[in-house]
Design a protein around this ligand. Structure first.
Ligand code: 4NP
Length: 155
């Protein structure tokens, strides 16, 4: 059984698709499965935002195959780790967690990069392309740390 990791943002079209693509590319596919979801329902079934696709492409990463879906409480059973992009996502996901073991799975994705500072991956949706490039860099850095930790823990 692979270790399963879920990336969560609001729409599942900007931030979490990049996080999914980045972490998946840093982990061995036979041991890890990475997916993403949104707390909101607005974009279900849509491919990632063109600006996320472009930023990923510029960095040699293909995320075009992804399709948005909504986070469901079943994901607490299904996934071993749930990384949320910002504090609002954290509150929304935690509100759905009814068991302590489920709550323990949820972490802000930048916690490993900025421990204890509760830093958000800023929502780039209403901004320009450079906002997507900026969050890509943050996610790339934190996913390097996450991948290293996950591989060490589950090898
Ligand atoms: P994401 O960005 O949560 O990173 O996918 C957003 C996408 C869509 C909306 C907000 C944020 N929206 O309001 O539709």
């Amino acid at each position: 059984m692979p270790v399963k990791i879920l990336m969560v943002c609001l729409g599942n079209i900007c931030r979490s698709p990049l996080a999914e693509g980045l972490l998946a590319a840093k982990l061995p596919k036979d041991k890890f499965f990475v997916d993403s979801a949104g707390t909101g329902s607005y974009h279900i079934g849509k491919h990632p935002d063109q600006r996320s696709v472009l930023t990923a492409q510029k960095n040699g990463l293909d995320i075009t195959y992804q399709k948005a879906r909504q986070f469901t409480p079943k994901d607490f059973e299904e996934f071993d780790y749930i990384y949320v992009m910002d504090n609002t996502n954290y509150d929304d996901v935690m509100e759905l967690a009814k068991k302590e073991e489920h709550k323990k799975k949820v972490q802000l994705i930048l916690d490993d990069l900025f421990p204890g500072d509760n830093v958000d991956v800023p929502d780039p949706y209403y901004g320009l392309q450079n906002g997507f490039d900026m969050i890509y860099e943050m996610l790339d850095e934190t996913c390097d740390i996450l991948a290293k930790k996950l591989i060490e823990k589950h090898q």
